[in-house]
Write a protein that binds this ligand. Structure first.
Ligand SMILES: CC(C)(COP(=O)(O)OP(=O)(O)OC[C@H]1O[C@@H](n2cnc3c(N)ncnc32)[C@H](O)[C@@H]1OP(=O)(O)O)[C@@H](O)C(=O)NCCC(=O)NCCS
Length: 181
C-alpha cells in the first residue's frame, strides 16, 4: 500500500490525551466515534492502558513524525462481551481514526490500517483474523478497509455493546491470516 509519507505507530502516552480529546471533538470523527470529547473521558478510557493494562493496545499514528491519529487493537478473548456481540472467536479487533481532517482522503488511513493489521497478525500468533466493525454509512471507513485488504464478512442490524459508537446497522470486515506455504 502506498502512502504520501512515512507512517509509524508509537504507544499512546498521557501527554497525547489533550490531542486525542481534540481529535474526538473533530466533526468528521465525532460522527462515528460517539464518545465525550473531554480529557476526563480520555483519562477514564485510556488511562488504564497507558498505565499497563494490556487488554487494549492504543497507538498514535504518525506521519513523518507528526501525530495524526489513533489506532488500537484488542483480542476478542480479552473482551468477552464484545466477542459475543460480534460472534467471531480467535480474532483481534481494531479501531482507528485520523484526527487531523486535512490528512483524510489521501490514502493514509488505508495504509495505516493495512500495516497495523499485518503487525497485529504477527503480534498475536493465536488469532485467525483481524476484525473491524464499521457503521453501514461510514463509506470512508468501508473503502479504507477494502483498500487495506479486508473483506466484508457480515451485516449486523445492531450490536449490543452498550457503546453509542456501535448503534445502527454495521458491517463486520475481516482480514484473514494468509495461509502458510
Ligand atoms: C475512516 C478513516 C480512518 C479512513 O482514513 P482515510 O485516510 O480517510 O482513508 P483513505 O483515504 O485511505 O480511503 C478512504 C476512501 O474513501 C473515500 N471516501 C471518503 N468519503 C467517502 C464518502 N462519503 N463516500 C464514498 N467514498 C468516500 C475516499 O475517497 C477514499 O477512496 P479513494 O482512495 O478511492 O479516493 C478516516 O476517514 C477517519 O478517521 N474518519 C473518521 C473516524 C472514523 O470513521 N473511524 C472509523 C470508525 S469505524
Amino acid at each position: 500500500v502506498s502512502s504520501p509519507g512515512t507512517l509509524s505507530f508509537r504507544c499512546l502516552e498521557r501527554a497525547d490525551f489533550a490531542t486525542l480529546a481534540r481529535w474526538l471533538a473533530a466533526p468528521h470523527v465525532a460522527r462515528w466515534w460517539r464518545h465525550p470529547a473531554t480529557l476526563e473521558f480520555v483519562e477514564r478510557e485510556y488511562g488504564p492502558h497507558v498505565d499497563g493494562d494490556p487488554s487494549t493496545e492504543a497507538y498514535v499514528v504518525e506521519l513523518d513524525g507528526h501525530s495524526i491519529g489513533l489506532i488500537q487493537r484488542y483480542r476478542h478473548r480479552d473482551h468477552p462481551d464484545w466477542e459475543q456481540a460480534v460472534a467471531i472467536a480467535d480474532a483481534a479487533g481494531i479501531d482507528y481514526l485520523i484526527g487531523e481532517v486535512d490528512h483524510t482522503g489521501r490514502g493514509i488511513g488505508s495504509a495505516a490500517i493495512g500495516l497495523f493489521a499485518s503487525d497485529t497478525l504477527a503480534t498475536y500468533p493465536e488469532i485467525r483474523l483481524v476484525c473491524a466493525v464499521t457503521q453501514q454509512d461510514n463509506m470512508a471507513s468501508r473503502k479504507a478497509l477494502g483498500k487495506a485488504g479486508f473483506e466484508l464478512f457480515r451485516f449486523v442490524e445492531r450490536i449490543d455493546s452498550g457503546d453509542p459508537s456501535d448503534e445502527g446497522p454495521s458491517f463486520v470486515y475481516v482480514l484473514r491470516r494468509p495461509p502458510t506455504s
